[in-house]
Design a protein around this ligand. Structure first.
Ligand code: B12
Ligand code: SF4
Length: 548
């Protein structure tokens, strides 16, 4: 037990999801909590293993996570079991450590965790700043800890957990300190960057969250598990945050990734932020995520946003099938998706595509609608190709997960995500997914690598390339961009016919021939590799997609 009056030694941990997530930012939620605690007199240490592929227990041991009085884990569905392993290790080594868990997954299944995972003492639901401060203040008083608003508390006796009342959402986000916190990271943070094609250079980037939650109701949304209460920050405060971190890190951040769930709820506010950033420094560019109907509704402000530095929009298109859009509760028709994409293309705005290619009840018609949409709206040239392989993720706490539990008459294990690639209702779609996965495993890595080399070589202003070579490189690049899409088209045609080609020749029988001279994918890759042997060493693969 912690002696009263001595501040507890506190640590926060963002566990790994089992693979490196090509980290772009620190865990922002934890950074907010740590900054808030510090403002109120409690220092803490942060450990971010989200970028690590190392074993959870080896990390716990290496960083001696058993030396703290209070340890708080931030969990997503994907990272929960690693949090359990680390927390259990701490519990074994030091049984009186107060172990807390919070974040989207913890909020969704708080009672289950408090009942079945005795490595955690307290589950914090929804936003963590105020609740965690109360916990820190009462860390040595188990009786007081049992009744803090916004928590679900495990009973040592093994009885039903205590579910304390919800805590009100923070009303004024502008009163929070900036999320200024340092994290120990096992593999180190690669600096966050953005390749600005307009200016032709790589820029240091900063992630800022200018609002919380979202007023919409999409059935698959993992953000809403934290609570559907949209709030936003003032434009001046956002611009101030950029200046603050520039001074703090001595880095001239020139691109802002807005991590908001839905940045564009108020076009007026978006414009105010863009103007504030632009007035402060015209070299600053930015990007944000939003939904298609908001793009159309706010079409009037888009040109000015672009003039103020908006470089790309992450757009929640999700599907081109009316049936799937309805299941996802997107509240938009496929025609709205098409109109929004065309509008952004007309404005010369880059799109980062959020797309769910397959869901468990997908039909071949749904999949064909998706590939038709991609072809007709110019996405065959789009990189990365990830959207071709996405399957719906059934996060805990979402209506779509309940929908599928009822439809399949099952209860998914609350601790793990169901393996989306095995849930298809229709055998022909299951088979299509299997063949797609074969293509990805076998070809996609090499396609990514070669495309990155080719495109970097063409962008490199210092490199003299003969006109004929440049033309061939451009054509090869287009052919490689189209290759996975064309494989997909062949796959659908084969599925419609009952898979005769896959049945006889295997998935390789569906590989497209490519390019102006109709070569095989293997021959095209070999030719491109020979042409550009050294460029890949200097070129980060993500530059091919514009984003990092
Ligand atoms: C930026 C971002 C990232 C960044 C930074 C990650 C990070 N940890 O912040 C990167 C790109 C690295 C990332 C990666 C991933 N992300 Co992400 N990410 C986001 C995004 C867009 C914004 C996060 C943010 O800024 N939130 C704002 C802060 C203030 O809110 P918050 O994070 O929820 O934190 C508050 C509460 O949750 C709570 N809380 C959180 N942790 C804890 C811990 C304790 C002890 C306590 C008391 C409270 C508490 O208090 C915080 C402050 O109030 C969200 C969507 C969104 N807009 O929320 C998705 C989101 C959080 N990500 C998600 C996922 C799935 C992932 C990945 C697992 C994806 C993958 N398969 O690789 C990885 C996991 C990596 C990891 N382990 O860190 C899901 C989570 C779904 C779910 N219900 O589990 C979300 C909701 C998006 C979605 N798909 O719907 N992500
Ligand atoms: S618009 Fe985006 S953030 Fe909002 S509910 Fe839908 S998926 Fe979630």
């Amino acid at each position: 037990m912690i002696a009263a009056a001595v501040p507890p030694r506190i640590a926060f941990v963002n566990p790994s999801v089992g693979f490196s997530d090509r980290r772009k930012s620190k865990p922002i939620g934890l950074a907010y909590i740590m900054a808030y605690l510090r403002e109120h007199g409690f220092d803490s240490c942060g450990f971010d293993f989200g970028d690590s592929e190392d074993d959870a227990l080896a990390l716990a041991e290496h960083y001696q996570l058993d030396r703290f009085d209070v340890v708080g884990f931030s969990v997503y569905n994907e990272s929960f079991l690693n949090a359990v392993r680390m927390a259990s290790w701490i519990r074994r080594r030091r049984p009186d450590t107060l172990i807390i868990v919070g974040g989207p997954h913890a909020t969704a299944v708080h009672e289950h965790i408090a009942r079945h995972h005795d490595c955690f003492d307290i589950v914090v639901r929804r936003e963590g700043e105020e609740t965690m401060l109360e916990i820190a203040r009462h860390a040595s008083d188990r009786a007081a800890l049992a009744s803090i608003a916004g928590t679900t508390v495990r009973q040592a006796s093994g009885g039903a957990p205590i579910v304390n009342p919800d805590r009100e959402f923070l009303k004024e986000l502008d009163e929070l300190p900036f999320p200024d916190a340092e994290f120990v990271s096992h593999s180190g943070y690669p600096p966050s960057t953005y390749f600005d094609e307009v200016q032709g250079r790589l820029k240091p980037a900063l992630t800022i969250c200018s609002s919380r939650s979202c007023p919409y109701n999409c059935s698959f949304c993992g953000v809403l598990t934290i609570g559907r209460k949209y709030r936003s920050r003032a434009s001046e405060r956002v611009a101030e945050e950029l200046q603050y971190f520039r001074a703090r890190h001595d880095v001239h951040y020139e691109h802002i990734y807005f991590s908001d769930a839905n940045f564009f709820v108020s076009p007026k506010r978006a414009l105010a932020i863009a103007r504030a950033l632009h007035d402060a420094d015209p070299s600053v560019t930015f990007s944000f995520g939003t939904r298609v109907n908001q793009i159309l509704r706010a079409r009037g402000v888009l040109p000015e946003l672009k003039a103020c530095g908006l470089r790309f929009i992450e757009l929640g298109v999700e599907s081109a099938s009316p049936a799937v859009l309805e299941r996802l509760a997107k509240g938009v028709a496929p025609s709205v998706n098409v109109a929004a994409v065309r509008l952004l293309h007309q404005l010369g705005m880059e799109i980062a595509l959020d797309f769910i290619m397959l869901d468990p009840a997908s039909t071949l018609d749904d999949v064909e609608a998706n590939i038709g949409f991609l072809r007709d709206t110019g996405f065959y040239d789009y990189l990365p190709h990830d959207h071709l392989y996405t399957t719906l993720v059934l996060y805990e706490g979402t209506p779509i997960r309940r929908f599928y539990e009822e439809r399949f008459r099952v209860t998914f294990n609350p601790d793990e995500l169901p393996a989306a690639q095995t849930l298809f209702e229709r055998p022909e779609v299951q088979r299509l997914c299997d063949e797609l996965r074969w293509f990805r495993r076998t070809w996609q890595g090499r396609i990514d690598e070669v495309l990155a080399r080719l495109e970097f070589a063409m962008l490199d202003r210092d490199r003299a390339i003969a006109a004929a070579d440049r033309a061939r490189m451009q054509l090869d690049s287009i052919a490689l961009r189209h290759a996975p899409n064309l494989f997909f088209e062949n796959l659908i045609a084969d599925a419609r016919a009952g898979y005769p080609r896959v049945s006889t020749g295997g998935a390789p029988a569906l590989l497209p021939v490519l390019g102006y001279d109709r070569v095989t994918l293997a021959a095209l890759l070999e030719r491109a590799e020979r042409a550009e042997p050294a460029a890949g060493d200097r070129y980060p693969t993500h530059v091919a997609s514009g984003r990092s």
